[in-house]
Design a protein around this ligand. Structure first.
Ligand code: ATP
Length: 201
């Protein structure tokens, strides 16, 4: 099975690209979605989060208390790293399970949609496609999504820079322009990287 990792910073258009790939019939594993599952009530990460961050980190229904945790981690880099390391471990465990399931179904190509490209993600991927977008455009798209200017800037600053993302890339998808241009670039990668390998899209 050929695994393509799609990544990019907040507001770059990573989800837009992976939705497009999904619409083309490719199987997409969305790390954000899995992260929501492992931190929901009964999710595999909740117990460990509670052990490390205390009982207030869990709601009465047994899910991770998102409001409480985001207040803590977005002002403390070490705590953010600690929470991320716990959640990532559970997300990757689930991803590996899903990859095995898809392998046994004889799926030819799998897309991993991961916002934070930790080494394990790079190792899992045969190719990494990085979605980039200039900062001003990212901020304006995040404002449209309801984030404040300060919040958008702060979240972007906490992530890797576009250059750091691009260093990991086998291919870059620039999403600073119109959607049609982005989709045309994705179509080109589908043709040259997937169809050429015999993957039917
Ligand atoms: P996050 O990490 O927050 O999920 P993301 O990188 O997945 O962000 P998207 O959700 O795909 O980014 O895009 C951010 C916002 O910008 C969305 O509202 C999306 O509809 C919009 N958007 C994405 N690409 C374009 C584009 N080329 N032109 C106009 N709007 C766009």
């Amino acid at each position: 099975m050929f695994i393509v990792g799609v990544t990019g910073g907040i507001g770059s258009g990573k989800t837009t690209v992976s939705r497009y790939l999904e619409d083309k019939g490719l199987v997409v594993l969305d790390a954000d979605r899995i992260s929501g599952e492992v931190t929901a009530a009964g999710g595999s990460a909740v117990e460990e989060v509670a052990e490390v961050f205390g009982p207030s980190s869990v709601d009465i229904d047994g899910a991770m208390n998102r409001k409480y945790m985001s207040d803590i981690v977005f002002h403390d880099r070490m705590k953010l790293d600690l929470l991320s390391s716990i959640v990532h471990k559970h997300v990757f465990f689930e991803m590996e399970k899903k990859i095995e399931e898809e392998t046994s179904k004889n799926t030819k190509c799998l897309i991993l949609d991961v916002p934070i490209p930790v080494q394990r993600f790079v190792d899992m991927s045969d190719q990494v496609w990085v979605v980039t977008c200039d900062t001003a455009t990212r901020i304006s798209r995040l404002l449209d999504r309801g984030l404040s200017y300060e919040e958008a800037q702060r979240r972007i600053a906490m992530q890797l820079s576009d250059e750091e993302y691009s260093d990991l890339a086998d291919f870059v998808i620039d999403n600073s322009g119109r959607l049609e241009q982005t989709y045309a670039r994705v179509d080109e990668l589908i043709k040259t990287q997937l169809v050429e390998r015999g993957i039917r899209v």
